[in-house]
Design a protein around this ligand. Structure first.
Ligand code: BES
Ligand code: ZN
Ligand code: ZN
Length: 493
């Protein structure tokens, strides 16, 4: 995607303009009768006028009622345009965002760009004919916007974050046979080379030798080796706080011997969405040259059935020495994340940990696809993230759930230190999150359950088509960039 800023549009271009219902009413009065159309400015409405004012086309996109107008209205209206533009096979558009509505302030152009880029996304990797015929907008020109260079920089950042969001979407949507641990390793190494960040990979033998017994246990049923992948972005000064972002990368979740039934197993190639988010975040932080020290950690394996697979009732030892009774082989995400955070805490000594995972079906029951569920040991930071995530500039929403002590206690096992299941069928998102929390020690930590938000399981919702959403790439990149993190007080450091 190319983006430029110019004072005026030229003759023969396609011009995109946005109107609220009230804004259109005013404008309509001024127009010649011949230009009358059925357009009324309602949300999702798009109309095309031909041969007006020397333009090839003028495209009108509805923002809805003035009362409800915010940046999300622009994202959605830009998406409605994007869908129509694809049908018309438009490659270029000029945008005049300065009239037709009463919203002011920064961020309108960014929201429009986001709506166009995410709205034009489609997953055509396996649709050979459509892939060949697809035409997308490759260039957007914004008109008469003040603040030239600063705006340009902001729009370029948006382009990068959106491209990385779409990389995450592609990874989630692709066949599990392709997006394996080895593929994650390959992509990580290539991102490392391209973006100047450090990649290191722990292979299967090292995982076993170093005692990451929970990752090894989940991996036992798979023909593919497990990987623990690290991407390090050192954008800050030496000695600045280190932030870790850990992602669940189950390349396929069959459920193991607690096999998932038909109707539930089919989407489970998406169970690596957390790791895909981490990739997208690390690439974005590097490309935006964010001045923070951040380490991305991705734990990748399948959860499969095999004569050698782990079984319900077995006990395994975690990296930190905790013994864990397996009550359900389908609760595998918390196991690989437990070892990942324990290893990261001990060896990388982060001052803050985020983890992101398609962890529980209960999270979908509770919050649908509207918001991700958060569990944290840092109430203040979690509240800050929740507020940040609801800002119209961001709008990838998270909701903080309570970390009550009883929920943590429900993870005590009769025969081992812990079990991988809390109360059956109750508060599943909370107990799963708190399981991971047992392994972060006293490091401040936020867990983000993206089971609902990471994949759109139904019909297209504006700029979120069916399938992988790339949820969290923008949220975490921007939050890490904007929020301030403190150094942890440690003895013998
Ligand atoms: N990957 C699933 C969670 C999931 C379910 C993500 C549906 C997206 C859509 C996870 O590994 C899982 O199976 N969780 C179980 C936990 C249960 C056995 C305690 C669940 O949520 O049912
Ligand atoms: Zn599972
Ligand atoms: Zn899973």
């Amino acid at each position: 995607m190319k983006c430029e800023i110019a004072k005026n549009a030229k003759k023969g271009e396609n011009l995109l303009v946005f109107f609220t219902e009230e804004g259109w009413k005013k404008e309509k009065g001024k127009l010649k009768k011949e230009l009358d159309s059925d357009f009324s400015g309602k949300a999702k409405e798009v109309a095309v006028l031909y041969g007006v004012g020397g333009f090839r086309r003028i495209i009108l996109s509805g923002l809805g009622k003035k009362k409800k107008l915010d940046l999300e209205s622009f994202r959605k209206a830009a998406n409605s345009f994007a869908v129509k533009a694809k049908k018309m096979k438009l490659k270029k558009v000029s945008v005049d965002a300065s009239k037709g509505h009463s919203l002011s302030g920064e961020g309108i152009e960014n929201a429009i760009l986001e709506g166009i880029m995410l709205g034009q996304y489609s997953f055509l990797k396996y649709k050979q004919k459509e892939a060949k015929e697809e035409v997308k907008i490759g260039s957007v020109k914004f008109l008469s916007s003040p603040g030239g260079q600063k705006l340009k920089k902001r729009l370029e950042n948006t382009i990068k974050i959106m491209q990385n969001t779409m990389i995450a979407r592609d990874l989630v949507n692709s066949s599990s046979d392709e997006v394996t641990s080895l593929e994650f390793e390959k992509i990580s190494k290539s991102i490392s080379k391209k973006c100047g960040i450090k990649a290191s990979v722990m292979n299967e033998n090292e995982i076993k030798k170093k005692g990451l017994g929970l990752i090894a246990a989940v991996n036992r049923g798979s023909n593919l080796p497990a990987r623990l992948i690290f991407l390090e972005h050192s954008g800050g000064k030496k000695g600045d706080p280190l932030i870790a972002v850990v992602g669940k990368g189950i390349s396929f979740d069959s459920g193991g011997y607690n096999l998932k039934p038909s109707g539930h197993i089919e989407q489970m190639r998406m169970d690596m969405a957390g790791a895909a988010t981490v990739l997208g975040v690390m690439k974005s932080l590097a490309e935006l040259k964010v001045k923070k020290n951040v380490i991305g950690v991705m734990a990748i394996t399948e959860n499969m059935i095999d004569a050698n697979a782990y079984k319900p009732g077995d006990v395994f030892k975690a990296y930190d020495g905790t013994t864990v009774e397996i009550k359900n082989t389908d609760a595998e995400g918390r196991l690989i994340l437990a070892d990942s955070v324990a290893y990261t805490v001990k060896n990388k000594k982060p001052d803050f940990i985020f983890d992101t995972a398609t962890l529980t079906g209960s999270c979908i029951t509770c919050l649908g696809e509207m918001a991700a569920g958060v569990i944290s040991n840092d109430e203040k930071k979690a509240a800050e993230l929740q507020k940040f995530s609801h800002m119209p500039e961001i709008f990838e929403r998270v909701w903080v759930l309570p970390s009550y002590d009883e929920a943590g206690e429900s993870l005590k096992s009769e025969i081992a230190d812990l079990k991988n299941l809390g109360w059956k069928g109750k508060a599943g998102t909370i107990t799963a999150g708190l399981f991971i929390g047992k392994f972060v020690k006293n490091t401040p930590w936020i867990h983000i359950d993206i089971a609902g938000t990471g994949m759109n399981d139904g019909k297209r919702r504006d700029y979120i088509p069916e399938g992988g959403t790339g949820f969290g790439v923008k949220l975490l990149t921007e939050f890490i960039k904007e929020s301030s993190f403190k150094k942890m007080k440690r003895k013998n450091r």
